[in-house]
Design a protein around this ligand. Structure first.
Ligand SMILES: O=C(O)C(=O)C[C@H](O)[C@H](O)COP(=O)(O)O
Length: 211
């Protein structure tokens, strides 16, 4: 199957925001994940950008109510390792033919990144209907994404990259946006200070955004 829309929609519709997590220390995984879920954000994207990211995914799969995915999935090796660690969805900053091929036999659905109409059309030809718009703010922001809605109404996006609590509403009001992604709900200073109350507050604000 190219992209299991029901599976990826369950992730994209779980909350208005998917936290994008960059975690160095697996000991932070459980308290951080619990704070985000308690604040109303159950879908968690753990980027494969740190050495222990797979351990973080393993730990987070034990959190009740969490849907744990892997971000920054760049190739087949990373995709397989993420699935093996328990990732139930996969996110990539871009879409390469080899990565898409690997995703087509994966039990976890892939949300691939695109930044142009041409890239979106290439993914549509492969059967994809849910895409990440990345990097959202530098690539043109909500206005740019709004302009894609009219010619490409079948495609729904998760814009990510440079989005904050203030910028999220512009995206969430668009007809072609199901949710947004962002790291602002799990800032590195709060993680370093183990300030889980702050993370929960940020998550709660994000979970209450309208879409
Ligand atoms: O590598 C990936 O697969 C990603 O998901 C990239 C992230 O979407 C952005 O790095 C998050 O951007 P900020 O919210 O601006 O920090």
């Amino acid at each position: 199957m190219t992209q299991d829309i029901a599976k990826i929609d369950a992730v994209m519709m779980a909350a208005p925001v998917i936290p994008v997590l960059i975690i160095e220390d697996p000991e932070m995984a459980l308290p951080l994940g619990r704070a985000l879920v308690a604040g109303g954000l159950p879908a968690l994207e753990v980027t494969l950008r740190t050495e222990r990211a797979l351990d973080v995914i393993r730990a987070m799969t034990g959190i009740e109510g969490a849907m744990v995915g892997a971000g920054t999935v760049l190739d087949e090796t990373m995709l397989k390792a993420a699935v093996q660690a328990g990732a139930s969805f996969l996110v990539s900053p871009g879409a390469s033919p080899k990565l898409c091929e690997a995703a087509e036999t994966s039990p976890a659905p892939l949300l691939p990144g695109v930044a142009t109409a041409g890239e979106a059309m290439t993914m549509m030809e492969r059967g994809y209907r849910r895409l990440k718009f990345f990097p959202a703010e530098p690539a043109g922001g909500a206005e740019y994404l709004k302009a894609l809605a009219s010619p490409l109404p079948q495609v729904k996006f998760c814009p990510t990259g440079g989005i904050s609590l203030d910028k999220a509403p512009k995206y969430l009001s668009l007809p072609n946006v199901l949710c947004v992604g962002g790291s602002w709900v799990a800032p590195s200073d709060a993680i370093a200070a183990r300030d889980w109350a702050k993370v929960e507050t940020l998550a709660r604000e994000a979970s209450q955004l309208q879409r």
